[in-house]
Design a protein around this ligand. Structure first.
Ligand SMILES: [Ca+2]
Ligand SMILES: [Ca+2]
Length: 79
């Protein structure tokens, strides 16, 4: 996947979207959706949906993506 974003930039993007509602340190599914649609729409091409991506990232199943859980996406994007 081609992108010019560094892990540092991706973490800043996480913080920006995580702060929109609820817990400012966690991404809800709506926040993840906004983040992906605005920053990485190419991730939703093909068979991947927000639901799939959210499930993949939310390892502990608490319905929010923490900055630690977000690192899976950072790796995916910065590969
Ligand atoms: Ca939040
Ligand atoms: Ca979680």
């Amino acid at each position: 996947m081609s992108t010019e974003k560094s892990p540092e930039e991706l973490n800043r993007i996480f913080e920006k979207y995580a702060a929109k509602e609820g817990d400012p340190n966690q991404l809800s599914k709506d926040e993840l959706k906004l983040l992906i649609q605005a920053e990485f729409p190419s991730l939703l091409k093909g068979p991947n949906t927000i639901d799939d991506l959210f499930q993949e990232l939310d390892k502990n199943g608490d319905g929010e993506v923490s900055s630690e859980e977000f690192q899976v996406l950072v790796k995916k994007i910065s590969q």
